[in-house]
Design a protein around this ligand. Structure first.
Ligand SMILES: [Zn+2]
Length: 230
């Protein structure tokens, strides 16, 4: 896009920062420099031993579990995720995936991963939102890492949002049933499941359960942001 055209467009339709909502300058893309600096990063960086790893690790097939940012109420990471999901801002998802992949690649989080597997939405939710936010994040990661995105391995069967009235125990059971693996053979592969946010790990656990029936498949997990587990 030419600079003149962009400046005309900015006048007519001011672009705002995905983190704080401030109007962006001509040369700023999607997120302002101040938000870029102040997004709360996950400093832990021990992807093979952390509270989420412990929560998801039921089998020996889990390799690494990691996140880019820390998700707390009203944080910049939370604003980015909300704008991506509810503002239907899918370009932001690509950008978030690229950003996280670039910064975390040197930590070894993605080493040896054969495919990125975004957690699918139910068909109903996908129609409503128009895109899968986790798939956009995975696509952004793929551009940086050169690891393919696979959307043909996992299907969503139950609608998580429609079962909020269930008791917590029942919800946990349902989460395990909410995904099913397709009949694509993934034995011997190292799959990285990708989601936007992890707050309890229940949904992710459901996805892992669905896939782990495959012999000698290894798994890693990446989320853009997670809530700190106490
Ligand atoms: Zn900002």
């Amino acid at each position: 896009m030419s600079r003149l055209f962009r400046s005309l467009l900015d006048l007519l339709l001011p672009r705002t920062c995905g983190g704080c909502g401030r109007v962006l300058a001509l040369d700023e893309e999607l997120v302002c420099p101040s938000c870029l600096r102040s997004v709360g990063r996950e400093k832990l960086r021990n992807w093979e031993c952390n509270p989420y790893f412990a929560r998801l690790d039921a089998h020996e097939s889990l390799v690494r579990v990691g996140a880019f940012a820390v998700y707390v109420r009203d944080s910049i990471a939370a604003h980015l995720v909300q704008r991506l999901k509810y503002g239907r801002h899918h370009e932001l998802g690509l950008w978030m995936g690229m950003w996280a992949a670039r910064e975390l690649q040197p930590t070894g989080l993605f080493a040896g991963v054969d495919a990125l597997v975004p957690l699918p939405l139910t068909p109903r939710r996908l129609r409503w939102r128009g895109f899968n936010q986790s798939e956009k994040i995975a696509e952004g990661m793929s551009k940086v890492l050169g690891i393919p995105v696979r959307t043909d391995l996992l299907r969503r069967t139950l609608d998580r949002e429609s079962q909020t009235h269930f008791h917590a125990d029942r919800r946990r059971q349902n989460a395990a049933l909410a995904f099913e693996a397709t009949d694509v053979d993934v034995s011997g592969k190292h799959l990285m499941l990708v989601d936007d946010v992890m707050t309890t790990g229940t949904t992710m656990l459901g996805a892992l359960r669905a896939l782990e029936g495959n012999a000698d498949t290894r798994f890693s997990v990446f989320v853009f942001a997670w809530t700190p587990l106490g």
